[in-house]
Design a protein around this ligand. Structure first.
Ligand code: ADP
Ligand code: MG
Ligand code: MG
Length: 319
């Protein structure tokens, strides 16, 4: 007979957050080896995708911007960049990994509590635009056409990382697991004796609460965007760390987007895209995306309002 499965949990700081692995395994030694391998995979992806590490593959690519060089990419950077470009086309540029120079201006604004100057913003905006990335599928190369371009995978990298961590767990014969990278969640099949992983999607503000929103989930990804801490307040206006690529400004209308999708990558990019797009357009995009479900919550005079996509209503809610 097989030994009964037990629950194990491991975590490691990475990508500016904590990555947590919950898994069921027949013994601690098996659990530990698998979790280590999964978390090492996240380390490797950070070396590739980080815009903080000076010699990350992403930053090396950005450094070639404006030259005639087509740069060969690793399979991971190729996969994430190709996905990003497809998403940019699908969202008409609401999601755009070339926002790097604008993101950096807003990071400085957050440190100094001062708006980026209009001149700096215009200059940064001139170096953005996903249309300026040329991908060659056969050679798996990328070329960045405009000098000063800087790629930023902040809106998709953690989702991709939780998917890859799950893949490594499965290679280690772990069939039942959850990977959480700072709210980017990927779950496998259901834990023993349950209808799924219990995930709490409830939302509250100071005065209101949208509760009772716990779901059972399996073989899926979850992400939320528009967290209530990552913003800068200047002259009483809050600017989010998510940028509207059309204006170069941090988002000012506060909403909380929750996505359930077929994997962590989809959940991550969708949650960012639906933060930028007008609500109705975002819900339509979610309805068009296979297996995706979306909720957008916003605040009108202390009262929380919610828009839901078709599949969001059909989720398996915990009674
Ligand atoms: P989180 O910080 O929780 O991962 P997101 O997934 O929405 O939230 O990613 C936000 C990050 O993505 C920003 O910090 C920035 O690095 C980058 N970013 C900001 N605006 C955009 C955008 N419109 N498209 C793509 N990436 C963006
Ligand atoms: Mg995202
Ligand atoms: Mg994210």
């Amino acid at each position: 007979a097989k030994p009964p499965l037990q629950r194990y949990e491991y975590s490691r700081p990475q990508m500016g957050t904590i990555f947590r692995v919950v898994l069921f395994a027949p013994s601690e030694s098996i659990a530990k080896v698998a979790a280590e391998a999964a978390l090492n995979r996240v380390d490797t992806l950070n070396q590739i995708l980080s815009d903080y590490i000076p010699d990350s593959e992403l930053n090396k690519l950005s450094a070639t911007a404006g030259t005639i060089q087509a740069v060969p990419l690793s399979p991971d950077l190729w996969a994430v960049l190709q996905k990003s470009q497809r998403v940019s086309r699908k969202t008409n540029g609401a999601f755009d990994v070339t926002v790097g120079p604008v993101v950096q201006l807003w990071r400085r604004a957050r440190r100094q509590h001062q708006m980026p100057s209009p001149e700096a913003l215009i200059k940064a905006q001139a170096t953005t635009g996903y249309q300026h990335i040329i991908l060659k599928k056969k050679q798996k190369t990328a070329q960045l056409l405009v000098p000063g371009m800087q790629l930023d995978m902040g809106a998709i990298g953690k989702g991709y990382a939780v998917d890859e961590a799950m893949r490594v767990l499965q290679q280690h014969k772990i069939k039942i697991a959850l990977v959480d990278g700072g709210g980017n969640i990927r779950v496998s099949q259901a834990p023993p004796g349950t209808p799924g992983w219990e995930i709490d999607l409830s939302i509250s503000n100071e005065t209101d609460h949208i509760g009772g929103q716990k779901i059972y989930l399996k073989n899926a990804g979850v992400a939320t965007s528009g967290d209530l801490y990552q913003f800068v307040e200047i002259n009483g206006q809050r600017y989010s760390h998510i940028i509207n690529p059309f204006t170069g400004l941090g988002l000012t209308d506060q909403r909380r987007v929750t996505i359930v999708a077929k994997n962590g990558t989809d959940a991550d990019w969708l949650s960012t895209a639906l933060s930028v797009l007008p609500t109705a357009q975002g819900i339509k995009l979610a309805n068009r995306t296979p297996q995706a479900a979306a909720s957008i919550v916003w605040n009108t005079n202390g009262k929380l309002q919610q828009a839901q996509s078709r599949r969001f209503r059909q989720l398996k809610w915990v009674k």
